[in-house]
Design a protein around this ligand. Sequence first.
Ligand code: TYD
Length: 139
Amino acid sequence: MITNTKLISFKTFNDNYGSLIPLEVEEDIPFAVNRAYYIFNVEQGVRRGFHSHKELEQILVCVHGSVKILVKTPFESEDILLDQPDIGLYIGPAVWREMYDFSSDAVLLVFASMHYDTSDYIRDYAEYEAFARKYFSAM
Ligand code: TYD
């Protein structure tokens, strides 16, 4: 996995009544969750995201269907298929992300460490690249 990203496996409780995945802050999600949102009804061919965050941490879970996520820094990149409700993709600060190939039934659930704050977004790739080079050289 590239820097500031990781896949997290969640424990599933399966029984005769179905399946259940509990997510506990600190045990399953490595930050205090201040916001959640979900993306669905994405038409075929749509690519979205195209931004990084300065500080925000997130966990993406494709709870239904499938979606691909490109995660990228100035130094490395990776395409990740999310198609299981028991896998979370952690994305930390200073990682560029794009989401694509949503299946028509995809539901992408996202947990975020901070409230919605447009000043934490970097949407311009050149600006991102300058920010990330500084961020990662200070690590
Ligand atoms: P946008 O940032 O374009 O989504 P993407 O992650 O694909 O880049 O968000 C779509 C709209 O939703 C935009 O008008 C901002 C709004 N929004 C909120 O109001 N709160 C949120 O927490 C998020 C993630 C988006």
